[in-house]
Design a protein around this ligand. Structure first.
Ligand SMILES: [Zn+2]
Ligand SMILES: [Zn+2]
Length: 193
């Protein structure tokens, strides 16, 4: 595959992402860079006018750009009405990052919740649920004595999950790039179907 951003060629299938309505393939470096870049941008869900994917001022529905498991609403970058949710959001996010969930929840309930903070919490709950689901799927593979082979999206090397290897790899042992974008549950489900 070839990266649509930097043009680098690599053996894996790459990471796909929809930007400006176009499907693009990213190499691991560009994927990581764009996530950092978007994380630094102004986001509508940081704004006091944002409510459930819509802007309360203009009454338009916002379309997020999904990078990995995070959604970004960068329309705020060009919006004159953007008003950052002060402090509450930062406290809540800081607490979430350090894993102080209870404190984060209390802070938000006391001071009001920004959409982003709510979304972050929902994502965390979803991820815990999908983690349980994944453990279950791996157990089913092990019970059947099956091992599934899949490939690193960056370097294409063979990786295994199942009876012979129960560990879900976060980093490719060969190229050391992150494997977080691989939907392991989907992969196992397809295999079992
Ligand atoms: Zn690239
Ligand atoms: Zn690799």
């Amino acid at each position: 595959m070839q990266c649509d951003v930097c043009g680098k060629k690599f053996p894996g299938s790459g990471l796909s992402l929809t930007l400006d309505g176009k499907q693009r393939t990213f190499c691991a470096d560009c994927y990581t860079r764009i996530r950092v870049e978007y994380g630094k941008k102004k986001n509508c869900d940081d704004c006091t006018h944002f409510n459930k994917d819509s802007c309360k001022l203009t009454r338009t529905k916002m379309k997020p750009i999904s990078i990995g498991y995070m959604d970004y609403f960068v329309q705020a970058e060009k919006c004159a009405n953007y008003k950052k949710y002060v402090e509450t959001e930062q406290n809540a996010t800081a607490n979430l990052k350090t894993g102080r969930h209870i404190e984060a929840t209390q802070t938000r309930e006391k001071l009001g919740m920004s959409e982003k903070a709510t979304r972050l919490r929902q994502k965390q709950e979803e991820m815990t649920a999908s983690r349980d689901n994944l453990d279950n799927l791996i157990k089913q593979l092990v019970d059947r004595g099956q091992t599934l082979t899949y490939h690193c999206c960056h370097c294409g090397s063979s990786l295994r999950i199942g009876a012979k290897s129960t560990e879900v790899l976060k980093i490719c042992p060969k190229c050391r790039y992150s494997l977080e974008a691989i939907d392991m549950a989907k992969l196992i489900n397809q295999h079992m179907a």
